[in-house]
Design a protein around this ligand. Sequence first.
Ligand SMILES: [Zn+2]
Length: 300
Amino acid sequence: MEQTPNDTQIARDILNKFGLPTTFEGIRIKIGRWRKQWQVEAKRIPIKRLFFDIETGYYILKIRAWQLKNFQRYFNYEDIEQEKQIICISYKWQYEDKVHTLDWRMGEKQMLKEFIKIMGEATEVVAHNGDKFDIRFIRTRCLAHGILMYPNYRSLDTLKKARSGFLFASNRLDYLCKFMNVGGKLEHDGFDLWKDVVEGKSEERLNEMIKYCERDVIMLEDLYFILSPFITHNNNFAVLTGGEKWYCPECASANVKMFRTYSTPMGIIRREMKCNDCKKQYKISNKNYILMLQDLMNGN
Ligand SMILES: [Zn+2]
């Protein structure tokens, strides 16, 4: 229980192992309380993983038409009266309990300025469809406001990982979290909510949207930790925190074992590894495996 900061992951492990006649949520709450009571602190590595999600408005188009049937034509950029903006950005750091939100009441520009600073501090940014949508759209709005932003971020897109490694009925965050038994999205009344926020400027409805966005960030983190042992990593946190290349790339633990050897068609030996702490499975080169054996022989 000291090895993972995530109560959800532990609750899933317990349910999968023992199949207790109780609800998932019940177990998760009990684990949270138990850990608090006994002050079980999860092992932390000095990395900053940022989970985030954005909500955007929509394009408002102007339409000039002689006849109604013309409304059915394809719209293009010339019809844009008002550009789509980012309404709010919710984010959470790994190891922290609080979900933060920045929203456009401070102005989209100011909101982006603040968030770009936060993104810049992150060792890895995690978002669902982040590579294709969130990061690109944030960059687009930053460009519009003249806010500098890095051309590259070390990211991990849970949608990409879900698509490439599994065959889910749907790759939507809501479905994936329901599939993994970690809850689903908050209910909302769809486009009406957006209309009230964008055109009605309703603060009450904006707060509702923020709750929805924050819930998505919590789900995203849960999804990430459940997927983690099954997916390849994009960043090596062992090396980033001063560890050896054979350490676990996820939790930087040296408590790992080699479980399989294979060779590439070119005859290069690779070692498949498993972390005893966080269950991450990963590959290392034979050279690094030999280093590991030397380290272990030297009692390091
Ligand atoms: Zn690990």
